[in-house]
Each structure stands twice: as structure tokens, then as C-alpha cells.
Design a protein around this ligand. Sequence first.
Ligand SMILES: O=c1ccn([C@@H]2O[C@H](COP(=O)(O)OP(=O)(O)O[C@H]3O[C@H](CO)[C@@H](O)[C@H](O)[C@H]3O)[C@@H](O)[C@H]2O)c(=O)[nH]1
Ligand SMILES: [Mn+2]
Length: 488
Amino acid sequence: MEHCLRPLNLCHVEPKLIAVNRAHMLIHGAALLILIHYRASFFFAEEASSPGQPTTLAWLIIFLGELMLSLTWLLHQAFRWRPISRTAFPERLPGDGELPSIDVLVCTADPDKEPTVAVMNTVISAMALDYPPEKLHVYLSDDGGSLLTLHGMREAYDFARRWLPFCKRYGIKTRCPKAYFMDDEDVSASVGYESEKEEVKEKYELFEAHINGYRNRNYGESRDGRLDHPATIEVIHGNSSDEVVQADQQQMPLLVYVSREKRPSYPHNFKAGALNVLLRVSGVISNSPYVLVLDCDMYCNDPSSARRAMCFHLDPTLSPSLSFVQFPQSFHNISKNDIYDSKIRSPFGTLWYGMDGLQGPLISGTGFYVKRESLYSEPMQEGTTANLMDLKAIFGHSNEFIKHVQWSDKLNKNILSEPGTVCRDTEHLASCHYENGTKWGQEASRFQVRICGGRLLHQLRLALQRMEISVLSPVAAAIFGGFHDKFE
Ligand SMILES: O=c1ccn([C@@H]2O[C@H](COP(=O)(O)OP(=O)(O)O[C@H]3O[C@H](CO)[C@@H](O)[C@H](O)[C@H]3O)[C@@H](O)[C@H]2O)c(=O)[nH]1
Ligand SMILES: [Mn+2]
């Protein structure tokens, strides 16, 4: 039991960075004090409103503006105080048999703005995570209810049956196929690598061509249906009869397509509503204790992220108070003159590490592994005996879902296996009126969203009772963003 003796992760305080940060704070702070002194002294000077001098009102307005900016600056300084970094040791994790399972929740909304091939690349990169396939379940929420996306999922499953064994055999690091073929990663000198790579590349081109062909043939697909369609849930098993592919079938993670019901008269709460549905549907299908949330324009850049996240979630000292592990994002294809910081370097490069040294970084909306239990609330916590009516008032009227909520800390129950099989309750759970009159409905969602200035502001409601909010931001960028722009 070596893994019990050695820590799964280490936390380093960075003395050099701390010294630089604090010197930076000191110099800026001193400069601000001088500025404030200069402004304030104006009001005590005798010639304050002599001709040719700015009026007191103008001076006051500028002073107030500067005070507000200084306050904003001051409030951010806590994040510079004690930056830390973390190292994970996935090789010290227990054997595959003892690892908890993970549900990956991916959201997409519009096949015109989010090209299907790119979305499928995200899905495939999640399926290809370095994790036991029987413990990995990938769900895609399609808010557009598009047949193209459903078709794309079947194609993705077929291609993944060729792609996953290839990645495993040659230790491919870039598991998003589009990124792999673009970077032309040459990882292996093994016999057969080059020829197999060519063969897989051909399959990938065929996969792209199938999806694009389907899109072109069905170009006129109505957009009206995107706001008005019934729930569709399908466990994807692909169509290929390819013999090599069939032989690898047992290696595949579960892949599920979920398109929740949408009706124009019901608010759908955008991504938050979609994640709510995924949380419920995955709750009655695989009910994994950990959940990875991914936007469809991101991909998993580092296949070891799941194991790395488990180095924190399974750490017996951290785990009771840990809700989620946030990975930093890194963006491709942004202009060299990134004057608006579109790469979001400030949060991921500086602030998050500082927050980690306090109580942990914020959820950034994507690329985080969250404990399912921390998204539920009081009554189902271990040892409590909530009555059924109370649970229904919170979680809605599905007995099946409530049963699984109470089992949320147990491993996989009720995995579907037959192609196209859906449990009757999943459609009920994905219906647009399911949350009516429930606490979930009042809160808008577990993953709460509001619109602000044209952007979605995404807040994760951490309904934590026993758990304190304690989070971590480990290791190098494991989730990439902004990828699909490149495809357009
Ligand atoms: O009705 C909707 C609208 C959006 N989405 C999905 O939500 C994700 C994020 O939407 P996007 O338009 O890409 O938002 P961004 O501004 O690019 O994303 C950033 O900002 C969002 C809101 O702050 C966060 O949720 C994201 O994680 C974060 O990457 C995408 O996968 C969408 O497909 C849905 O599923 N349903
Ligand atoms: Mn986005």
C-alpha cells in the first residue's frame, strides 16, 4: 500500500515570487499614497481656484476616479500575497480498480457557431483521457437539438474506436486529433508507428468528410427547432462494422448524447440549465462521484489531467474540504498584439495562484473536476435521513434521481449498455418543466448563470454544508480553449 505512505500531491510556496510580488505591492502602494497626497493637498492650497487652475469640481471628479481605481487595486493585492504552486504524483494513485469514476459533461448549443467537427474533437479528447475507460463517461449536451450533432457523435464514436488504441499504444500526449495532426507530434520511433499514423490520419479525414458531407446535405435544417424540441437521449455505440474497430470495442468509455427539451415559453437558463440536465441525466446513468465540466470550444490538452485531479480529490487530508480542482486554460490562435489580454494571462498566470494560497481559485466555468456531492445539498449528506417529500422539493419528482442522489458517494450504478437504450426517467429529467416548483428551479440551477453585458456570467453554486470551499489549481495547462476559432 505504497500510495498510502507517500503524499499524492505537494504544495510549494514560492519565496522568490513572494518577494517580487510584495516589492511590487510596496512600490505601487507608495506611488498611490504619493498620488493621493498630491490630490488631497490641492484642497488645502490657498490658490486652489485661482484663474488658470483646474476647478475644484474637476479636481474632485478626477480624485474620486483615482480613489476608486486605488480601491480596486487594493482589493486585488491579497492575490499577490502568497502565491503557491502544486505538484501532483499520479504514479502514486491506487490501482485502476480503486479509482473513482468520472462523468465528463460537455455543452454545445449551436452547430453554426460551434462547428461540429471541433465539438467532436473536444468529445474525443475527453474520451481519450488517460483513465480506465470503464470509469469514464462522456455526456454531450446539445442545446441546438441538432441531427448534425447527433450524427457527429456517432461518427466520433467510430473514429474514437480507432483513435484511442492508437494513442494508448504509442503514448500520444495530444489526444485531440485535430491538434495532434496540426502539430504533427512525432512521439514514437516504434516499428509501425509511421504507417499506423498515416492510416489513422486517413480515418480522421474520412470522419471530417462524413460530418461535413452530412452538414452540406442537410444545410436547410431548420433553425426554429433549436428553441422548440423534445428531449432526446441516446447512448452512442457507432455504426462501424470495421473488424479492427470491433476488436477494440471493450476499451471504450460510455458516450451519451443529451438534448434537453426546449420550449419557447420556458426559460432554459443557457449553459447552466444544460449542466443541470446533464447532472441529473448522468446521475441516473453513471452517477460518478466526480464530474469534469468542459465547454465545447476547449479540449483536454493533457491526458493525465483526470489522474492529476484525483491526486487532490483522493488525498485523505484535503478531500473532506475539497470541492473542485480547477485547471488553468491556455488559448491558441490569438493575435500577437493581445492588448485586451484575451489569453486571460492575468487570472491564470497570477491571480489564481495567489488565490490558491488563500482559500483557492474561483471556478472559471470550464476545465474543473468537481465532486458531485458538493453540488447537492443538505438532506442527502451521509448519515441524515431526509424524508422523501423534502427531497422531492429540492430535487424534483423523479424517484430514480433521488435514489441516485442518496447514492452519490457510491460508485457506478445502473450503467446502460444496449445501443440506443434510455431509461424512461432520463427524458423526464431532461424535460423543460422538471425544475418547476423545486429548490433547483428557484435557484435557477446548481450551475447558476446570468446574463451580463452580452456575456454569460457563470457562477457555480456550491451548496456546501459539510464541506468548506477549498480548491486548488494544479500543474500546467491541461485544458485548452479558443480552439474552434481556428477551424472557421
Ligand atoms: O444556451 C446555451 C449557451 C451556451 N452553451 C454552452 O456554454 C459554453 C460556453 O459558452 P460560450 O458562448 O463559449 O461562452 P464563453 O464566453 O466563450 O465562455 C466563458 O464564459 C462563460 C460564461 O462566463 C463560461 O460558462 C465559460 O466556461 C467560459 O469559458 C459553450 O460550450 C456553449 O456551447 C450552452 O450549452 N447553452
Ligand atoms: Mn467559449
